[in-house]
Each structure stands twice: as structure tokens, then as C-alpha cells.
Design a protein around this ligand. Structure first.
Ligand code: C2E
Ligand code: MG
Ligand code: MG
Length: 614
């Protein structure tokens, strides 16, 4: 290389470029190098961004002022060099072309005599401009031009590298953002939520803190999509996300799990009493609910969205999966527990004390699997004896079981609410009716007079309002040659709160079916309502029976129910009788029948046939 000092300059630039410097750092270093190695009085560097020049650095006050003026006007030698991709050489500013009168006049005023503007070009575009000034007018030699071009070349190749590196960094950051965030709402997605949840749980274990997870599911969101279209649905989701995020503490995480499901993670809560934690969850839920209550404008209409919220708490001794499944399950129960409140704004909490529970499956997963249980022949009906005071089996209750492929035999309590919230219960209920009638007929054939006279089948409110119920009952009786009194129907007391079920019940009563109010004492009926209900039997809920021996108040209630029921000519069954003491006390109170493990657990029909000597 002809000018040995230039080598040092290039080395300086290289050192800058291989460090963590930004493109602006490189341009600053270019100004230094040019000043020291090219024998000029002042130098400046401008970046070219979106077609405009921007001053990055000048090492001389006069030069800086002229450059600023060029930036302001977007006019001058710099601009020309950037646009034409060719150097602009002005040996004598007093004789400069009239193209840029203002910058030229200002440069002359400030005592500058000549300039050289070299564009930094690569890949057909200009990345920046190096401007060199001398105070005296005079020719820029070929060596001067060559040296300036060399520095410009070296710099631009590093600039391109730096820009590529920046681009790669940005792309990487965007990719990692995209893999952890939901594109529609910008919220953390499932991946990031799980990451934070795992972290929160391990920190809760170490520092004795509590983690709360709220599962939010919008009500009737499908209807929004169906009625207003998917674009409107997206608007609703994005609005909900913004409002919900604004209602939360900075340190809480709001994530979008899928569709219309959002999750709030509140970490680092104290290890407080369950009631205190529940109050905290309630406060968060109310804030969320208030935030969502404002109508959302969709074109010409206003839409009010509501949400079902379920919560779960943990002291860290649960997996992220389990905790989320708990909150999901709680939400699901909230949404589906009462058909008439289907999808209303509601809330449920599950306490930290449930941490000790066996891991519960996601209610929703169970519900999905339940849809296939009947066609895959996984459902069973077990029968529990209902005995009179002398121990004679008078009837049985048909209780549904699910032979789950992974979880084994599940009792109805584990899944019936999931089915009862959906249409699936109707098909399942019909099948149970048929099975129970078939079993009664079989016992009659096998056992003759020793066979239980009646099988009671449980019905949910949804089944009772189903217009096809009477036809289904008639078909089952006819198929198995039974009389109406051989098929009893049970409805939980809570179900009687729905006025729509009463006509259906009266119709079944008129047809001669024994009707039973189940779980009596747990629903909204008062004793006096017993008078109005079209029933022939009341089953006192097992929670009262459990207290019969030692809890005088519960005992008094049983006495009262029996007294009223007897006056109304109703039969009374004590259910959930587990001990001889409870059985004695129930009989002493005047209960006509007993049901519970003390008299016999629910079993397959064949097992009972064998027991009864069939
Ligand atoms: P339920 O009608 O009150 O049935 C009594 C429940 O208590 C049954 O639970 C039974 O297994 C359980 N049980 C019986 N004896 C004892 C005892 O001595 N101690 C205790 N702790 N429990 C006892 P299961 O089978 O899980 O059924 C739960 C509920 O599910 C039933 O309550 C009934 O409301 C509903 N169900 C059951 N089968 C059907 C069905 O086929 N259709 C509908 N719609 N509901 C059903
Ligand atoms: Mg029952
Ligand atoms: Mg019951």
C-alpha cells in the first residue's frame, strides 16, 4: 500500500468492526481515521436511511454545522453523492455549482475552502457518506481520492456485515418472540406461560410462597364468530387481551392459551389462610370482570362479553400441568355446573389444600373422551340395593360407571356433571334406562319373587325436559316387558328448582312411575316444598346420614323430614348408610329404606344375581 499510515487506519476500522459496535460506531471511527490519515482539516460521516441523510458524527464545529444544514435541507454535496452513488469533488467552494446555494454559502462563511463527498456504496445502495473538508481551496489529488475511496470501501463492507448481523439478531429475536407469543394479541403463549409457571412453582417451593392460576374462558365466543365473522372475533379477543392486561398487576402474567382461553398467573403470593388467598383471587377476578364489562364496538353494534373464570392455588407442590388442569376444571365446572346459568359470569376457586389431592385429570379432556365412551362400549351400569328396615332388598338404584381405558373404573361422581352439561347426557341416559330395564327383567326371570321389584334410574334436569323422554321410557318398558312401577326415576333436589322439569315429572307420575327426590336437604327446597313435588319417595342426602349418630342438628332434620314425608304418604330412604349405628338411628327415626355400603355397595347385575342366589 502506497500510504503506509492508511494501513493503520484500515486496521483501526477492522478492530472497530470486529467488536460489538453498531453501524454508527463504525462511521464515527471512519471520521477519526480519515481525519488522521488523509491530511484534511475536518471530516464528517452521515448515514443514509430510507433515502434521507442523517449526521452521525463530525470532528470539527464548522463541518458539523454544514452537515446539519444538509441534513435539515436534505440538500448538498452529501445528498448528491448519496443519490448518484458517485463522489462529489469541489476543489474550490467559491466556484461551486449553484445546485446547493445555502450549504455552500454557510461553508464559505465558516471558512471552509474545498470538499470531497464519497458515498459508501454496496449492493447498489448507499449506506452513508464520508465528507472531507479543507480550509484552503485546492485540487484533490488522485491519491487523495484513492485513499478516501479505500476507506469508504473498507467501511461499507463492515457496515454491510454489521447490518447483516443486526438483521440476523432482529430475525432471531422476532422468531423467539413469535415462538413464545400469540401473534393476534401479543400476549405470552402456552410455551412461555408454562415456562413462567414452572419457574413460579419452583420459586414458591423454595421461598414458601403461593401461586394462583386463573383460567378464563369467554362465554358464547363461538356465537360471536358465527354471527359477526372471524375478523370481529379477532377484534373481541384483542380487546379482551388489552383490557385484561390493564386490569392486572405488572408482575402478573396474562397469556392466551388458545381460541378464547386466557390464563392469568399470579406468582409470589404469601402462604396465607385459604380464605385470605380466596379473597385475593376474588379481587383479581372482579377486576378482570369489570374490565371486560364495557361493551366492545363491532361496526355498528355493541357487544358485551362475559367470561367464566376458574382458579387453582398451589404452594409449589404440583406440576404446571396439574395446576392448569385444576384451574381449567374449576372453570369448566363453573361454566357447566348449572345449565340455566350456562356460560354466565361466574367464578370458582380451588384451595391450596387441594394440592395434596391425587392429580386430577383435565375435566375437559375427560369430557372429550366421554363423548366416545358409549360408542366404544366403555359404560357400565352398577346396581346398589335399597333395603327395608328388616334388610330385605326392596329396590335397586342404577348407577353409571365408566370403564376408562387409562383411569380404570370411574364412579358417576367423577364425570356425570361433565355429561349433564351437554347433550351427551341424553344418549347416555337412554342407554342407562334400557340397561336397567333389561336387568330388572333378567332378575325377574332368574330370581322370581326374590328379585328387587324396582330399579331407580337417575335423571338430570336436561333429560327430564327432553321431549323424547316419554317415548324412550315407553320403548324400554315395552322391550323388556316391564310395568311402569318397575322403573323408578330419581332427580336431585337441586333439579326441582327448574320449573320446566315439573310438567315432565307429572307426566311420568301419571304413567305410574315411582318418583324420588334425591339428595334431599342439599337443594333449594324447604320442607314445605315437599308438598308440591310430584314424588313418591324422598332420599335423605348422605351428608345428613353421616352425621346421624353424633350430630344432633342433623338428626333433628332427619326426624323432621321423616315426620313430614310420612304425613304426605311419601317413603323415605336414608342414603349413604355406612355403619350399623347409622342404620339403627335411621330406622329409629322412621326411615323406610336404607341404602349405602352398610347394605351393599353398587355392583354389576351379575354379581348381585350370584349374591341373591340366581
Ligand atoms: P346419587 O343418586 O345420590 O347416588 C348415590 C351416590 O353415593 C353414588 O355415587 C353411590 O356410589 C354413592 N354411595 C352409595 N353408598 C354410599 C356410602 O355408603 N357412602 C358413600 N360415601 N357413598 C355412597 P356415584 O355412583 O358416584 O353417583 C354420583 C351421582 O351421579 C349420583 O348421586 C347421581 O346423582 C348421579 N348419577 C349416577 N348415575 C347416573 C345416571 O345414570 N344418570 C344421571 N343423570 N346421573 C347419574
Ligand atoms: Mg340417586
Ligand atoms: Mg343421592
Amino acid at each position: 500500500m502506497e500510504n503506509p499510515t492508511l494501513v493503520d487506519g484500515v486496521a483501526d476500522l477492522a478492530a472497530e468492526a470486529t467488536g460489538p459496535s453498531s453501524p454508527d460506531d463504525l462511521l464515527r471511527r471512519l471520521v477519526d481515521v480519515a481525519r488522521h490519515h488523509l491530511g484534511v482539516d475536518g471530516a464528517g460521516a452521515l448515514a443514509v436511511e430510507d433515502g434521507a441523510v442523517r449526521l452521525v458524527h463530525a470532528d470539527d464545529e464548522a463541518v458539523e454545522e454544514v452537515e446539519r444544514l444538509q441534513q435539515l435541507l436534505q440538500e448538498g454535496p452529501c445528498r448528491d453523492a448519496a443519490d448518484t452513488l458517485a463522489a462529489v469533488v469541489v476543489d474550490d467552494l467559491t466556484a461551486a455549482p449553484g445546485a446547493w446555494p445555502e450549504p455552500t454559502a454557510r461553508a464559505l462563511e465558516l471558512g471552509l475552502g474545498s470538499l470531497l463527498a464519497v458515498p459508501l456504496t454496496s449492493r447498489g445502495r448507499t449506506w452513508g457518506v464520508l465528507e472531507l473538508y479543507r480550509r484552503r481551496p485546492g485540487r484533490w489529488s488522485a491519491d487523495d481520492l484513492a485513499a478516501a475511496h479505500l476507506l469508504a470501501h473498507v467501511t461499507v463492507s463492515y457496515l454491510v456485515m454489521a447490518a447483516d448481523r443486526d438483521e440476523a439478531r432482529r430475525a432471531h429475536a422476532e422468531l423467539s418472540h413469535r415462538s413464545t407469543h400469540d401473534p393476534l394479541t401479543g400476549l405470552p403463549n402456552r410455551v412461555l406461560l408454562f415456562d413462567r409457571l414452572e419457574h413460579a412453582l419452583s420459586s414458591a417451593r423454595r421461598h414458601e410462597r403461593t401461586v394462583a392460576v386463573l383460567f378464563i374462558d369467554l362465554d358464547r365466543f363461538k356465537a360471536v364468530n358465527d354471527t359477526f365473522g372471524h375478523a370481529a372475533g379477532d377484534t373481541v379477543l384483542a380487546t379482551v387481551a388489552t383490557r385484561a392486561a390493564a386490569a392486572l398487576r405488572e408482575e402478573d402474567t396474562l397469556a392466551r392459551l388458545a381460541g378464547d382461553e386466557f390464563v392469568v398467573l399470579c406468582e409470589d403470593l404469601p402462604r396465607a389462610e385459604p380464605a385470605e388467598l380466596a379473597a385475593h383471587v376474588r379481587a383479581v377476578t372482579s377486576r378482570l370482570r369489570r374490565a371486560l364489562a364495557e361493551p366492545i364496538r363491532l361496526g355498528g353494534t355493541e357487544l358485551v362479553v362475559s367470561a367464566s373464570v376458574g382458579a387453582a392455588l398451589s404452594d409449589g407442590h404440583r406440576s404446571a400441568d396439574e395446576l392448569l388442569a385444576d384451574a381449567d376444571g374449576a372453570m369448566y365446572q363453573v361454566k357447566h355446573s348449572r345449565p340455566e346459568e350456562h356460560g354466565r359470569d361466574r367464578r370458582d376457586e380451588r384451595g391450596a389444600d387441594r394440592d395434596a389431592d391425587r392429580p386430577r385429570r383435565s375435566a375437559r379432556q375427560l369430557q372429550r373422551q366421554l363423548a366416545g365412551a358409549l360408542p366404544h362400549h366403555q359404560l357400565r351400569v352398577h346396581y346398589q340395593p335399597i333395603a327395608d328396615a328388616d334388610g330385605r332388598v326392596h329396590a335397586v338404584e342404577a348407577l353409571l360407571r365408566w370403564q376408562h381405558p387409562e383411569h380404570g373404573l370411574l364412579p358417576a361422581a367423577r364425570f356425570i356433571d361433565l355429561a349433564a352439561g351437554t347433550e351427551a347426557i341424553v344418549g347416555i341416559g337412554r342407554w342407562v334406562l334400557d340397561q336397567a330395564c333389561a336387568q330388572v327383567a333378567r332378575w325377574e326371570r332368574e330370581l322370581g319373587g326374590r328379585a328387587p321389584r324396582t330399579a331407580y334410574v337417575n335423571l338430570s334436569a336436561r333429560e327430564l325436559v327432553d321431549p323424547g323422554l316419554t317415548a324412550a321410557v315407553t320403548t324400554a318398558l315395552r322391550t323388556h316387558h316391564l310395568q311402569p312401577e318397575q322403573l323408578g326415576l330419581e332427580l336431585a333436589e337441586a333439579g326441582f328448582g327448574d320449573p320446566q322439569v315439573l310438567p315432565g315429572l307429572r307426566e311420568q307420575q301419571r304413567r305410574g312411575h315411582p318418583l324420588c327426590v334425591d339428595d334431599f336437604g342439599t337443594g333449594p327446597s324447604s320442607l314445605s316444598r315437599l308438598v308440591e313435588l310430584p314424588v313418591t319417595m324422598a332420599k335423605i342426602d348422605q351428608s345428613f346420614v353421616a352425621g346421624l349418630e353424633h350430630d344432633a342438628r342433623r338428626g333433628a332434620l332427619v326426624d323432621a323430614v321423616v315426620a313430614v314425608a310420612t304425613r304426605l304418604d311419601l317413603r323415605v330412604t336414608a342414603e349413604g348408610v355406612e355403619t350399623a349405628g347409622q342404620a339403627d338411628r335411621a330406622v329409629a327415626a322412621g326411615c323406610h329404606y336404607l341404602q349405602g355400603h352398610h347394605c351393599g355397595a353398587p355392583q354389576p347385575g351379575d354379581a348381585l344375581s350370584a349374591l341373591w342366589g340366581g
